[in-house]
Design a protein around this ligand. Structure first.
Ligand code: XIL
Length: 374
């Protein structure tokens, strides 16, 4: 009976997973956890960022959960230039190869992250002064890395975070040495090196009107040059109780109108205070309880707000499922989120759908329910 019931569910949209626990009386108390990837299988891919431990399957609980919940993954750090290209003539593909194998084994589409980004650049590249040498680094990096994973990887974030908040170009080493056209050039090189891979531009706050306008101008420039761009990533690092739903919706519509796939690529919802300026952040402040208020657990009121924020977001994503191809969370569980260490180190944050024990939070069930309601 129990098995039949589960089979019936598995065939349905929920595709329930069973953690079969029995009480001493033999009654089933099995906690049935719906699967995100199955629940949204007709809507969009559901992804997660994976860290090195998870890619190497050194984290048994993540190894059990990830293939059940996710059908897309983005490496959190291991394909960034500082890891994959540590010296002028040295590349380290070890972990990236493991990620490709992991994706193949578990039917998980891999999004390469990221070819060109001003952050996490290798030290040698940061030291290059001469423009010709810098251009050679830029060209060699894209050619070598994109070619290496051609046919193995589903997509690339070709350029990450090239824009300022006002929509102008960020004064990165790439912009300063190669000019604004470095973005188009990066896509041209990636397309030649990996012709069957989807190519994306990725940024944060690019749902905000000014930055969105800059992002649209950038995309139009790439398209006008006859260079392929397949999609745009809105990172989606938002704050509890302050989700810019209107801006997000407007952005989905405007980006899709350019003929692009729209993705939410690094979704998490910060619950800790951010009412300080970047420069004020130091470890003295980190130890101040006002900046780290929830070390003993998340108060119920915040837990509920987080759940309704996620519910509203997924309601919106479903409304535009014809335009959205993937929603990726930036981490598997709360304990593994970068937001425990950024922009202040050593805080206790709660931005994701699974708690530190990999248990689904109220937000998880609200997200699942958006689909079953739709
Ligand atoms: C973050 C990682 O999560 C951290 O582990 C690392 O220390 C810094 O980078 N935007 C991006 C991601 O595109 O690559 C960043 O990831 C988060 C912000």
């Amino acid at each position: 009976m129990q098995t039949k019931l589960i089979n019936a569910f598995t065939a349905g949209t929920l595709a329930l997973l069973t953690l079969g626990c029995q009480t001493s009386k033999g009654q089933a108390t099995s906690q049935e956890i719906p699967s995100l990837k199955n629940t949204f299988k007709n809507d969009f891919l559901i992804g997660t960022a994976l860290n090195a431990q998870q890619i190497e399957e050194k984290d048994p609980k993540a190894a059990a959960l990830v293939p059940k919940q996710f059908n897309a993954a983005t490496p959190e750090n291991i394909m960034k230039a500082e890891v994959i290209h540590p010296q002028w003539n040295t590349y380290d593909f070890d972990l990236a190869d493991k990620l490709i194998a992991y994706g193949k084994k578990n039917n998980i589409k891999i999004n390469g992250h990221t070819l060109i980004w001003h952050s996490q650049m290798p030290a040698f590249a940061r030291r290059i002064q001469d423009v010709d040498s810098f251009r050679t680094f830029f060209t060699n990096h894209i050619n070598t890395v994109a070619k290496r994973f051609s046919g193995k990887i589903f997509s690339w974030d070709v350029v990450n975070e090239a824009l300022n908040e006002d929509g102008t170009m960020r004064q990165s080493p790439f912009q300063q040495k190669l000019g604004n056209d470095f973005v188009t050039e990066a896509f041209r090189l990636a397309q030649a090196a990996s012709p069957n891979t989807e190519l994306y531009y990725n940024d944060y706050n690019n749902e905000q009107p000014a930055k969105r306008a800059g992002c649209i101008a950038l995309i139009k420039k790439i398209q006008a040059a006859g260079v392929r761009i397949d999609g745009v990533g809105i990172q989606g690092h938002w704050h509890v109780g302050r989700i810019p739903l209107k801006d997000i919706e407007e952005s989905i519509l405007q980006y899709a109108a350019l003929g692009l796939k729209v993705m939410i690529t690094e979704l998490d919802i910060e619950v800790l205070p951010r009412n300080f300026q970047g420069a004020d952040v130091n470890q003295r402040m980190a130890s101040s309880p006002s900046l780290n208020p929830y070390t003993n657990g998340l108060p119920d009121s915040v837990q509920q707000q987080l759940a309704s924020d996620y519910e509203a977001l997924f309601g919106l994503f479903l409304k535009h499922k014809d335009k959205i191809t993937r929603v990726t969370f930036w981490g598997v569980n709360d304990g593994q989120s970068w937001l425990n260490d950024w922009p202040v180190r050593g805080r206790t944050n709660y931005p994701l759908l699974f708690d530190r024990q990999f248990k689904p939070k109220p937000a998880f069930y609200k997200v699942i329910a958006t689909q079953t309601k739709s």
